[in-house]
Design a protein around this ligand. Structure first.
Ligand code: ADP
Length: 161
């Protein structure tokens, strides 16, 4: 059975992430979407909130599972018996960072392969940070995130601005 790991912060999950998850689920027997507990990154949503939103957003995909992990994604991949890490690529700006990370991971564990999936044109400028900024100004983010996330963002920013 081929299991792939799709790690990220998902703060919050966007339609760009979902597109990568849906396409991956057609390529692999199982996809584990895993939220990294990164102590250096401050998030708008708690781990529980992010996990909850992701779980509901992938509810229609029966070979996709949501988990969280501490530490390195390559270590977690080993833990779940996967040798594939999926990453999404948007513009050239993603490339440098992702290239460095893939090479570093390969050095640490050459058994694990990083696979890049190109975003769709309509999601090329979509990022969780953009979404948060727009939502903080009460802008409409309905085409960018699942409905539940839209509601959660409204709740978070209620009263601000
Ligand atoms: P990280 O904090 O590790 O960058 P993110 O949660 O921002 O994680 O994203 C996880 C993965 O999803 C990364 O590989 C990122 O490039 C990818 N990604 C984010 N937004 C999009 C998008 N709009 N289209 C395709 N891939 C995306």
């Amino acid at each position: 059975m081929k299991t792939a790991l799709y790690p990220g912060s998902f703060d919050p999950v966007t339609n760009g992430h979902l597109d990568i998850i849906e396409r991956s689920s057609k390529m692999f027997d199982k996809v584990v979407v895993a939220i990294g507990e990164n102590i250096n990154k401050s998030c708008l949503f708690s781990l529980e909130e992010r996990k909850d939103m992701l779980t509901q957003a992938v509810n229609h995909l029966n070979n996709v599972e949501v988990q969280s992990f501490k530490g390195l994604a390559i270590d977690f991949a080993k833990e779940i018996n996967s040798n594939i890490i999926i990453r999404g690529l948007r513009a050239v700006s993603d490339f440098d960072y992702e290239f460095q990370m893939a090479l570093t991971n390969r050095k640490i564990n050459p058994e694990i392969e990083t696979i890049f999936i190109m975003t769709q044109e309509k999601f090329i400028f979509l990022s969780a940070s953009n979404v948060k900024e727009l939502a903080s100004y009460n802008a409409d983010v309905k085409d960018l995130v699942p409905e539940l996330v839209q509601t959660k963002l409204k709740e978070k920013f209620k009263g601000s601005n």
